[in-house]
Design a protein around this ligand. Structure first.
Ligand SMILES: [Zn+2]
Length: 256
């Protein structure tokens, strides 16, 4: 009789424990946050660790990750702040590929705000030239290294990621970005906001193209800022979290 009662206790305990472990797996609680690195071979952002409980948890919970990137800023006129406020609302951090010639006395404070909010500042060249057809090394040096220097003067640190304007790169451009201490980052999901003018269109294409571990191309402009809240809401409903790739120089194996 006593054994029977014990068995029931053990069975109940086992069921509860199973539920508890399953719930822990679903929430991912207590597990180390995944790290992401930019894979230089294929240009994708990937989880740094191999097979882990975290990945099992992500799979079971339908959790996905995306890197949000905003090009061509600072925009000024409050647009940068509007984007930052929406990101804050969604607890999202993002990358901002700035064009150095877009920085002026009126919008310079945007850089400190971006860094203060935990966003990552990247280099998007000095003048937004199409660099793949430029063969002059001094011109490329000014466009790539010159912008990093300018950003370092303003923020105290050189950027770790470089995005060539229009995604137009060449072996020379990639090599000069590397010798300036940067990894080149393109994108694999496009909001199409470089030419779409309506927030609904930008929302449509962003949702259409964003998959797990996507790098989504967005721009700092009013229509994108207007679409962002709804975009992040819908991506979150699909299980997305917004992450940044590692910025540790020790991880920068492509340079060495
Ligand atoms: Zn651009």
């Amino acid at each position: 009789m006593l054994l029977y009662v014990y068995r029931r206790y053990i069975a109940t305990f086992g069921i509860l424990l199973t539920f508890f472990l399953y719930a822990m797996l679903l929430t991912g609680r207590g597990m180390t946050q995944p790290r992401f690195v930019l894979d230089q071979a294929d240009g994708n952002v990937k989880q740094a660790s191999g097979l882990s409980l975290r990945k099992v948890s992500d799979f079971l919970a339908g959790r996905k990750y995306a890197v949000l990137t905003f090009d061509d800023g600072p925009y000024g006129y409050g647009v940068d702040e509007q984007i930052m406020a929406t990101l804050r609302k969604h607890h999202a951090r993002a990358m901002f590929f700035l064009v150095c010639s877009h920085i002026n006395d009126a919008n310079q404070d945007v850089l400190g705000k971006l860094e203060g909010a935990g966003h990552l500042i990247g280099n998007h060249s000095y003048d937004h030239l199409k660099l793949d057809t430029v063969s002059s090394k001094p011109v490329l040096e000014h466009q790539i290294d010159g912008c990093s220097q300018r950003l370092a003067e303003l923020t105290g640190r050189r950027p770790y990621y470089f995005r060539p304007p229009y995604g137009a790169t060449s072996p020379l451009v990639a090599q000069m970005a590397q010798s300036a201490g940067m990894k080149q980052m393109l994108w694999n999901a496009n909001s199409e906001d470089s030419w779409m003018t309506q927030p609904e269109q930008i929302l449509h294409w962003s949702l259409e193209q964003t998959e797990d571990q996507s790098i989504l191309l967005l721009h700092e402009k009013p229509a994108t800022a207007a679409a962002l809240d709804e975009l992040l809401t819908q991506l979150e409903q699909r299980g997305f979290q917004f992450v940044l790739p590692d910025q540790l120089s020790g991880n920068n194996s492509a340079i060495n």
